[in-house]
Design a protein around this ligand. Structure first.
Ligand code: DP6
Length: 324
């Protein structure tokens, strides 16, 4: 056991970071070790889905993780492998500062357990922000820039580097940054198809898709979608943006389905909801941008002036599903 002096016993750091939803997906890595993506990605930051991390110095011989008790937040049920991945990233951050002391790390999400929502982006971003503050103070160094913090975070979990910038974030190669686009205040909904933990993690999906016959075309296709989507947003062509995003997530899921061995996050309910969304778009000649991550749940983004439509569509799906 190490001894902490009185001041050290009371030192505590805290950070909160949001999740993000990619419209152009990070799927495929050029470098697995440090998470360099095979293609650029674009995401919208979700300020209402947040992870909080609290750190304090710990007199033990190893860093430890604990659920964070909070009224506002529910602690994630991090299994042992999840805890180890989290603490491995903390260790990497400590190395960046040449710091050898130990920490107790606590974390919690403000979205419900088992909502089937990826929390690795918000949790790795919050850990990186919190540890950067703690380590800068303890080693009396200036706080690293957000760009630097995002680069470190990327090494823990790729998509977390986009959570440092809002509302729109673009990530290419080793750098994520803010990008100015119209639509800074979108309304976000998730239709929860399944709340179970994913059987194939996104990290595993990145590996498996390398066996798909479509994999070699993926980077150029994603780049084409990115250029088209940026144009559609900049010219405020919402329906066009919807069509590009639809094709983009279908392409990613096609990589999953055509991998060897193939795998799928689609369930019959996913198919039904997607079909219904298409029908609603045809009916209203308007609707949300739709996307899916490496999971069965369906994310919807609406412009602020589509507020009533968002309520109507929510009501339709809320009859059969939990809509967050
Ligand atoms: C489908 O960032 O979870 O959500 O870098 O291995 O931690 P690792 O993968 P991760 O991959 C996210 C994949 C995705 C698409 C996206 O967010 O761009």
């Amino acid at each position: 056991m190490m001894r902490l002096d009185t001041k050290e016993k009371f030192m505590q750091w805290s950070a909160k970071a949001p999740a993000n939803i990619a419209l152009i997906k990070y799927m495929g890595k050029e470098s697995f070790g440090v998470n360099i993506p095979a293609n650029p990605s674009l995401s919208y930051t979700l300020p209402h889905l947040v992870t909080q991390v609290v750190m304090e110095l710990y007199p033990g011989s190893e860093d430890i993780w604990e659920p964070l008790e909070s009224n506002e937040f529910t602690a994630p049920l991090l299994n042992l492998a999840g805890q180890q991945r989290f603490l491995k990233h903390l260790n990497f951050l400590k190395q960046q500062f040449g710091y050898a002391g130990k920490f107790k790390v606590k974390s919690a999400n403000n979205f419900p357990h088992g909502a089937g929502l990826a929390s690795s982006a918000s949790s790795f971003a919050a850990l990186t922000m919190c540890a950067s503050q703690a380590l800068a103070e303890l080693t009396q160094r200036p706080l690293p820039s957000l760009t630097q913090q995002a680069q470190w975070s990327r090494e823990g979990s790729g998509s977390s580097c986009r959570s440092f910038f809002s509302p729109w974030s673009i990530w290419e190669s080793n750098t994520a940054s803010k990008i100015e686009l119209p639509y800074p205040n979108l309304i976000h909904q998730v239709i929860l198809i399944e709340s179970d933990e994913k059987k194939i993690s996104s990290s595993e999906a990145h590996r498996r898709i390398q066996t798909s016959p479509y994999y070699s075309e993926r980077p150029s296709q994603a780049k084409k979608h990115l250029t088209q989507l940026l144009d559609a947003f900049n010219y405020q062509q919402w329906q066009k943006a919807f069509e590009i995003c639809w094709q983009e997530f279908q392409d990613m899921h096609q990589l999953f389905h055509s991998a060897n061995p193939g795998f799928s996050y689609f369930t019959p309910a996913t198919e039904q909801v997607l079909l219904k969304l298409k029908t609603l778009w045809a009916h209203y000649q308007d609707g949300p941008v739709v996307t899916m991550d490496a999971g069965p749940n369906i994310h919807l983004l609406y412009r602020p002036e589509q507020k009533n439509l968002a309520l109507e569509i929510k009501k339709i799906f809320a009859e059969s599903y939990h809509v967050l």
